[in-house]
Design a protein around this ligand. Structure first.
Ligand code: HEM
Length: 511
């Protein structure tokens, strides 16, 4: 009996200590946003959040208004659901709201990659040098060559050129855009190694297809991996896939390539010079493959599908493509050279730009998150102010808050290819909420410090793909009446949404 009381007290103390650490006693303090911890200590609302992020956040908004704090897997996240107030998060100083502190932890957990000190500064410099300006022109040229190799390699080579091929539009678009983007960034099989230029083109086609197949398997596990809810069997499978992918991107393989982009070359070189171990550099290579190639293919699918389902939009884009090629002084002649689609030609496509922006509005749904580095005061556009605690997370989910807000974008679930065009054909940027002009009227690329540095290349890649499809192919849906598939709600928060099923289509060379 003498021992029982202290043991019971110790047990109680550790139980309360544990619950305290799990956040079970946190209360809303005066001046803080409404707090909703959820019923399961530590986990909070994570199951409902993961099941359907958009639905969960809308439910919380109905319950608490346009700012609230929820517990998700051990962290407290404050969601700001007022589009007019986004600037308060996007423009806040890094000393208060930091993207890097959040991202470093995420990439350790998901990609087993341990960042170097000052990593974001080095990467930032390389991004600016090679994904914009002159670097972007070179990348775009490579993309044209690689798309030609993947899409048009059989053109003029005899055989039944006019025969239809059938495929799923999602897998076809993802496959081609992923592979062409990968080859443009990571380089081509060297013709010296292959024995001839022709052979190196063929090896590029084969090797990039093998890489895509493994990547796609990994991609399907990605949401579960990011939430840490893989089953033991799936965990083994993902480990195996990552091992294979790291090997396919090993330094030995990369260093033998011709034409690697300045971006990938410099990111790798910097890490090597700073003494990063080779296996860690390979993990980094996979991380940038994932960041650069996981979204453009799925977005290209939605763009082509929306165009195919909207004949008026397709006719407008087709007219623009024909005009741009004609104005470049080129034409397609049977057996003649393939059209050289240049960077400058891609700058003359306002209709395609609007159709692409509309596609991204409907299909891109990231959760944008910052780590709260010190206690801070968040001022909203209407004058309200809230205290946010150090150690919490602050997040935006622009998809429901602005992309499909009917006040900002009327008839928000319909694809309107000219939504982002003024009547005079210039780009439309005036969108309003509560009578006030919105600065952030779509946010597919994020915003502020972490705004996607690859956005210009990404847009060019998708436009080049559509250009080649429209210019060189006849294509149609197998079932023209097929409905546009739903989006897979398990992928909310990770970038471009994917469809719940593929859509059959057929295509054949036009010339
Ligand atoms: C449709 C295609 C793409 C979409 C929708 C997209 C979207 C995004 C978003 C939303 C972010 C910010 C994430 C955050 O704040 O949490 C981001 C970051 C990033 N993106 Fe993209 N992206 C695309 C294509 C690309 C491409 C082609 C590249 C490279 C060539 C790229 C490279 C990056 C990198 C390196 C970051 C991290 C930036 C940082 O750490 O500050 N992305 N992207």
């Amino acid at each position: 009996m003498g021992l029982l009381v202290p043991i019971l007290l110790a047990l109680l103390a550790s139980l309360f200590g544990g619950l305290y650490l799990l956040g079970a006693f946190r209360k809303q303090r005066p001046g803080e946003p409404p707090l909703d911890r959820g019923s399961i200590p530590w986990f909070g609302h994570v199951l409902e959040f993961r099941r359907d992020t958009a639905k969960f956040l809308e439910r919380m908004k109905q319950k608490h208004g346009d700012i609230f704090t929820v517990q998700l897997g051990g962290y407290y996240f404050t969601f700001l659901m007022d589009s007019l107030s986004f600037g308060a998060v996007v423009k806040e100083a890094r000393t208060k709201l930091d993207f890097t502190a959040f991202a470093i932890k995420l990439v350790v957990r998901v990609f087993s990659y341990i960042s170097m000190e000052n990593e974001s500064k080095f990467s930032h410099d390389s991004n600016n040098r090679h994904l914009m300006g002159d670097g972007l022109v070179l990348l775009t040229e490579s993309m044209t060559k690689n798309l030609q190799n993947l899409m048009l390699h059989s053109a003029g080579k005899g055989g039944d050129q006019k025969a239809w091929s059938e495929d799923g539009l999602f897998m076809y678009s993802y496959n081609i855009v992923f592979r062409a983007g990968y080859l443009s960034l990571f380089g081509n099989v060297s013709s010296r190694e292959a024995g001839s230029t022709e052979k190196s083109f063929e090896m590029d086609r084969i090797q990039s297809d093998e890489l895509f197949k493994e990547f796609r398997k990994y991609d399907q596990y990605f949401p579960k991996q990011a939430y840490g809810v893989l089953s033991p069997r799936e965990r083994i499978e993902v480990k195996k896939l990552l091992g294979m992918l790291w090997k396919m991107l090993s330094l030995q393989v990369l260093k033998n390539k011709d034409n690697p982009s300045g971006w990938v070359h410099e990111l790798q070189q910097t890490r090597e010079e700073l003494g990063m171990k080779e296996f860690m550099q390979e993990r980094y290579m996979f991380l940038i493959l994932w960041a650069s190639q996981g979204n453009t293919g799925p977005a290209a699918f939605w763009l082509l599908l929306y165009l195919m389902k909207n004949p008026e939009a397709m006719a407008a884009v087709r007219g623009e493509v024909d005009r741009v090629v004609k104005e470049s002084g080129q034409e397609v002649v049977l057996g003649g050279p393939i059209v050289n689609l240049t960077y400058d030609m891609l700058k003359k496509t306002p209709i395609l730009d609007s159709a692409l922006e509309e596609t991204l509005r409907l299909s891109v749904a990231p959760v944008l998150t910052r780590a709260v580095m010190e206690n801070m005061n968040l001022k909203m556009a209407d004058g309200r102010a809230y205290q946010i605690r150090q150690g919490d997370r602050l997040s935006l989910f622009p998809y429901t808050v602005v992309h499909i807000d009917s006040e900002v974008h009327p008839d928000p679930l319909s694809f309107k290819y000219d939504r982002f065009l003024n009547p005079d054909g210039s780009k439309k940027t005036d969108f309003y909420k509560n009578g006030k002009k919105l600065r952030y009227y779509t946010m597919p690329w994020g915003a502020g410090v972490s705004k996607c540095p690859g956005r210009f290349f990404a847009m060019n890649e998708m436009k080049q793909f559509v250009f080649f499809m429209i210019f060189y192919f006849d294509f149609e849906l197998k079932n023209p009446n097929e409905e546009i598939p739903d989006i897979d709600v398990k992928r909310w928060g990770f970038g471009v949404m994917q469809p719940t099923r593929d859509v059959g289509f057929r295509y054949r060379l036009r010339f």
